[in-house]
Design a protein around this ligand. Structure first.
Ligand code: 5GP
Length: 183
């Protein structure tokens, strides 16, 4: 891990802080959905680490599905286009109480598209659980019922979030050194 950690200029959220907060959010969801058996829909790729930690913090039965949504390509600026794909068997959302699990809400475009997609597939209810939120960047009004951390308007990596497809495995959330983006 030493090499990639060397590319990090600042750690914003530590591994310990993440663990404590994910546990707390997991307990809250378990209470709120105690009689519901929700369907967790994790938005790939960025949420894969958060989703796997979150579901292990839940004490209620849940189903887990994955959808792929991309809006960024290999740059750090949003393209504004959201491309949504499900796995081979599709996604059965009919009548389900769904919790979308996302890595970060930035402009809100991705989640608003994913939410609409799930309602179009017949979901009964759709709530959002995001690991990070950048409220100052919002273009499309969207609110997450569950949110782990509010962050300032900085491009962050780690805990599932990438820069040019790398750095997802960092166990904390950080900002890369400026020279990494300039490469
Ligand atoms: P939105 O559609 O809300 O603008 O963007 C959501 C998506 O943009 C996230 O799922 C994530 O993939 C990407 N994104 C937004 N901000 C950041 C960031 O600070 N770091 C990284 N790595 N991805 C981001």
């Amino acid at each position: 891990m030493t090499d990639i950690v060397n590319s990090v200029g600042q750690i914003l959220i530590t591994e310990e802080e993440i663990k404590a907060r994910v546990t707390e959010i997991g307990e809250r969801i378990s209470r709120d959905y105690a009689d519901k058996e929700p369907l967790i829909v994790a938005v790939l790729s960025g949420s894969f680490i958060f989703a796997s930690d979150l579901v292990r913090a839940l004490s209620i039965p849940v189903d887990i599905s994955f959808i792929y949504a991309s809006s960024y390509g290999d740059s750090s600026e949003s393209s504004g286009q959201v491309d949504i794909k499900t796995g081979k068997g599709g996604l059965n959302a009919e009548g389900r109480d769904i919790i979308i699990v996302e890595d970060i809400v930035d402009t809100g475009r991705t989640l608003s598209a994913v939410k609409q997609f799930l309602f179009d597939k017949g979901a009964n209810s759709v709530e959002i659980c995001t690991f990070l939120d950048k409220p100052s960047r919002r273009i499309v009004p969207i609110e997450a019922k569950y949110m782990c951390f509010d962050i300032p308007n900085e491009f962050v990596v780690g805990y599932g979030l990438d820069y040019a497809y790398k750095y997802r495995q960092l166990p904390f959330v950080g900002i890369l050194k400026p020279e990494i983006y300039e490469k």
